[in-house]
Design a protein around this ligand. Structure first.
Ligand code: GLN
Length: 560
């Protein structure tokens, strides 16, 4: 039977509950337990698909095509279980489901209430998430979003309390993550907010079995004793979680303080000891790089690394696997539009990530043109590939004002468009696509496509590629012959509709220029890394070396 560990948060939000939950998952997995993780989001939106990345961070896409909370990305990076649609749900989904049942008459005329109907639905959704795992997990770590004390979190906490009551004491336990702030004025770590947030939990009938106390430093025994006394938690269950530069050190930090032993004892489990040697090796590689590369990320959310969370992590994974300190320089594409390209001068490589909407697009196109002409390694992801095609169409093929219909519906050359739009404008090849149900809707999740032999893509992926998508627009098949005639290779395309999935420039045109319609960053893990990001960093290093070499002396002509 699956045991549950509920993770709650107190005092403030953004304490890193997701990373703490994922790190705990990693330790338990290393002890031979099958682990899954769930994220419960108390907001009303049905999913984060339409939420602003600046407010909510990146939207993580699962293999089965769900748009989910970015914590699911942390889960997949820390444990080996793949997340599915059912691993994340929101209050919106719970209410939607309850309301649908109510309209069907499923409640037989009863008054439908938060308790028991909403709380019961939450428990059903939790169990559904656990059953979605390929093999029934030994442990499900259930992270409850929001902060204890929020009105909207209450039904979720209540559902967790009820669940433990129903399943039995040894079947479920609670871990609470709090903040212990340091006040410079009095040179003290303050435990009162933690005391209060645990009191708040106990008011609703939840007594945590362990406290993870975030602080900017180690929490000394004296403060831990105080927290233990006031929060009614044994002192060895007051775990100090200090700020770190490298999140992949957290499994070690938690294990060193005995968190996994404590929870296993609570849940009556006696698994073999933890083996964190893979994490030791990864941390060691990250902390001892042999070289350094600077990658320019040209985007519009430059103030929020969380908007590009998986991408930032994927580059970190490439750091591990190429022993390179990869530094990301965030470059605002709108600033390029205003101030020109000087910000791109000292870069070893350029990356344009996914994005939606017209703002900053021309700046990104200018950056891509610069990367292509100056032969700087370029990786374009999703929008970054579409813009690379637009740039190539405008400046190499000579199609002035080529664009995506997302940004210019009246463009004379819609080299990127909705499938339904090219059907309206063109002939036979496009007609075939009219039967595709992709047009105008989001293409989501993992899809397999064959890769053209002999390409750079084939060297990285082999005969086929199976990566996750999140986009509406496609490179317009009608323009493919012209793109190819000028040296752009379509190195992978969907089997049915021939939609370009990967593009690259011939080696005579550019040493390393690749665009991908999918999001490789969602599949990168610190253990395995990802060939596309590893090769990209290697290309950056090569460019850096080539740039540092002195220019060859001019040939002297000898006249005899
Ligand atoms: N806006 C583009 C589209 O919808 C690209 C999306 C993305 O980069 N994720 O196709």
């Amino acid at each position: 039977m699956t045991r549950y560990i509920f993770i709650t948060g107190g005092v403030v939000s953004s304490l890193g509950k997701g990373i703490a939950a994922a790190s705990l998952g990693a330790i338990l997995e290393s002890r031979g337990l099958a682990v899954t993780l769930l994220k419960l989001d108390p907001y009303i939106n049905v999913d984060p698909g339409t939420m602003n990345p600046l407010q909510h961070g990146e939207v993580f896409v699962t293999e089965d095509g769900a748009e989910t909370d970015l914590d699911l990305g942390h889960y997949e990076r820390f444990v080996q279980t793949r997340m599915r649609r059912e691993n994340n749900f929101t209050a919106g989904q719970i209410y939607e489901s309850v309301l649908r049942k109510e309209r069907r008459g499923a409640y037989l005329g009863k008054t439908v209430q938060v308790i028991p109907h909403i709380t019961h639905e939450i428990q059903t959704f939790i169990e559904r998430g656990v059953q979605a795992a390929k093999a029934l997990p030994d442990i499900a770590i259930v992270e409850i979003g929001g902060t204890v004390g929020d009105i909207e979190s209450l039904p979720f906490l209540e559902a967790a309390r009820q669940m433990r009551l129903r399943l039995g004491q040894r079947q479920a336990c609670f871990v609470h993550l709090t903040l212990v702030p340091y006040l410079p004025a009095s040179s003290e770590l303050k435990t009162k907010p933690t005391q209060h947030s645990v009191q708040k939990l106990r008011e609703i009938g939840i007594s945590p079995h362990a406290l993870l106390c975030r602080a900017d430093r180690d929490i000394p025994d004296e403060e831990r004793a105080k927290i233990s006394l006031f929060a009614n938690v044994p002192q060895d269950a007051v775990i100090s979680v200090r700020d770190v530069d490298n999140i992949y050190t957290i499994p070690h930090m938690l294990h060193a303080q005995g968190l996994d032993d404590l929870l296993c004892a609570e849940l009556d489990l006696t698994p073999p000891p933890a083996d964190l040697s893979v994490w030791t090796r990864m941390v060691d590689a990250l902390e001892h790089p042999r070289r350094r590369a600077v990658i320019g990320l040209v985007g519009k959310y430059v103030d929020s690394a969380e908007s590009y969370q998986s991408l930032v992590e994927a580059l970190k994974h490439a750091s591990i696997h190429t022993l390179t300190q990869v530094e990301i320089e965030y470059i605002d594409s709108e600033a390029i539009e205003q101030n020109g390209l000087s910000a791109l001068d000292a870069l070893d490589a350029i990356l344009v990530p996914g994005g939606f909407g017209a703002r900053g697009v021309e700046g990104k196109i200018a950056a891509i043109q610069y990367a292509r002409e100056a032969k700087i390694p370029y990786l374009g992801i999703c929008l970054g590939m579409q813009l690379a095609v637009i740039e190539f169409a405008r400046h190499v093929v000579g199609l002035a004002h080529a664009n995506s219909t997302e940004f210019d519906p009246a463009t004379p050359y819609p080299v990127v468009a909705l499938i339904t739009e090219w059907c309206d404008r063109a002939g036979a090849v496009e007609k075939r696509s009219a039967h595709s149900n992709l047009g105008g809707t989001m293409r989501l999740g993992a899809q397999r496509a064959p890769v053209k032999a002999g390409t750079r893509a084939a060297r990285m992926y082999g005969a086929s590629v199976n990566e996750r998508h999140r986009h509406r627009f496609e490179v317009n098949g009608r323009f493919v012959p012209q793109l190819e005639a000028h040296g752009m290779i379509i190195s992978a395309a969907t089997p049915k509709d021939q939609l370009p999935e990967m593009v690259e420039l011939t080696e005579t045109l550019h040493p390393w220029f690749i665009g991908v319609q999918f999001h490789p960053e969602f599949a990168s893990t610190p253990r395995a890394g990802h060939p596309l990001f590893n090769r990209f960093v290697e290309a950056a290093l090569q460019h850096q070396r080539a740039r540092q070499l002195p220019a060859p002396a001019p040939l002297k002509m000898c006249h005899g």
